[in-house]
Design a protein around this ligand. Sequence first.
Ligand SMILES: Cc1cc2nc3c(=O)[nH]c(=O)nc-3n(C[C@H](O)[C@H](O)[C@H](O)COP(=O)(O)O)c2cc1C
Length: 168
Amino acid sequence: MEFFDVIESRYSVRGYKKDKIEKEKLDKILEAATLAPTGVNYQSFKVFVIDTEKNKDNLKKIYAQDWFIEAPLVLCVVANKSKTWTRPWDAKNISDIDATIVMDHIILAATNLGLGTCYIAAFKKYEAIKFLKLSEEYEPILFSPLGYSNADRADRPRKPINEIVEYI
Ligand SMILES: Cc1cc2nc3c(=O)[nH]c(=O)nc-3n(C[C@H](O)[C@H](O)[C@H](O)COP(=O)(O)O)c2cc1C
């Protein structure tokens, strides 16, 4: 797909088919995650590939929408705050930014391969930590189901350019 077609065709998929994901596609998506840029190239993140069928009960506790457990896989990007760059003069830690870029790479790569996804931040953090057995320094940042879409795009109009851009 052309790059702009990928951006335009991505949408939050909130309904999935049961169809399995081809290994080559999953590998390519995970490769896209490794290619994501991170501050100072610290790469202090991990990607969990979760088998939905095997982990349904735990996933339900983390995010209680039926469509969350429809796709064959759920991905989660976690970040190690203590190993992520922190801006020294005001202590801004960029682990959320790094992890979000990683998930964005995953999601755009998935879109390019015809797969559906949905950024999910509204999950129960402590249920996720328990399920993923994360040590103290790791924080789960975003989840997304990964599968073939079974739901149309919802109407989510965007603001026009002149409302979001300021030339100064
Ligand atoms: C960082 C982030 C977190 C989000 N978290 C959730 C979520 O927890 N649950 C959900 O259903 N959608 C979530 N979304 C999806 C947004 O609601 C959606 O991207 C937005 O409404 C625009 O629609 P579109 O993705 O179909 O273009 C999230 C999106 C982003 C970027």
